[in-house]
Design a protein around this ligand. Structure first.
Ligand SMILES: [Zn+2]
Ligand SMILES: [Zn+2]
Length: 230
């Protein structure tokens, strides 16, 4: 069944570099090199300081401890196109170029992720079914394998929230607060957790997840994303 599905997908979307059209790859090596990766991490909220740790004054306002992203969503058309196809055309194998972009950005910044567990921002069951996969989970699994951090689904999404894209900043916050619940049996007390998402926009989703993880005892929450859209 999976094979047939892949065959149909290959026919509909033949594997070609998203940037130059070169065949048999989603992103060729030379186009990959052209992607503007974040080269210096600063405080992800105010842009000052060393980062990726939140500076002292931002820390007071957010349950996140660190936020790392590979590219600025508005500055990389290639990444935007790949993420769009990954999410809305459900091309599952795009997890690989996106995972590689994230790893390359981490390496460029000499940042080695380390945590007790890695997890991902959960989707509501219905949306996972529609898409066939959770796009953030596949990226998290990629990072999990590379850095040997155990992956676990720590959170579930309990309300079917309105898509964040259609709301303004304040509405997004209200829409998402309370949507996530810790459903793991793993002990989270004093643990460091990495949470992965594809695109971080207002951070209200990641912050709602971090808040819940901390409520369950987590000591430190690090957010890892492909892109930041401000
Ligand atoms: Zn190319
Ligand atoms: Zn700051």
């Amino acid at each position: 069944m999976q094979k047939i599905y892949e065959y149909i997908l290959d026919t509909l979307f033949p594997k070609k570099c998203f940037s130059c059209g070169k065949e048999d790859t989603w992103l060729c090596e030379s186009c990959k090199k052209k992607i503007a990766l974040c080269t210096t991490f600063t405080c992800p909220l105010c842009g000052k300081g060393d980062g990726p740790t939140l500076c002292a004054s931002c820390k007071e306002k957010s349950p996140l401890d660190e936020l790392i992203y590979a590219v600025d969503y508005n500055e990389s058309e290639i990444v935007r196109r790949i993420i769009h196809a990954y999410k809305y055309k459900s091309i599952k194998s795009l997890d690989s170029p996106l995972g590689h972009i994230l790893i390359t950005a981490l390496e460029k910044n000499n940042y080695t992720p380390s945590a007790d567990y890695i997890t991902s921002v959960p989707l509501h069951k219905r949306r996972t079914k529609e898409r066939g996969f959770n796009q953030a989970t596949l990226i998290a699994l990629f990072i999990s394998k590379k850095y040997q951090i155990p992956f676990s689904d720590l959170l579930t999404r309990t309300q079917n929230t309105t898509p964040q894209m259609s709301l303004n900043k304040e509405e997004r916050k209200r829409n998402i607060a309370g949507a996530f619940h810790c459903t793991t049996t793993l002990p989270l007390k004093n643990k460091t957790i990495i949470i992965v998402d594809d695109v971080a926009t207002t951070l209200s989703t990641l912050e709602a997840c971090a808040k819940e993880l901390k409520k369950c005892g987590a000591k430190k929450v690090i957010a890892l994303c492909i892109a930041r859209d401000r």
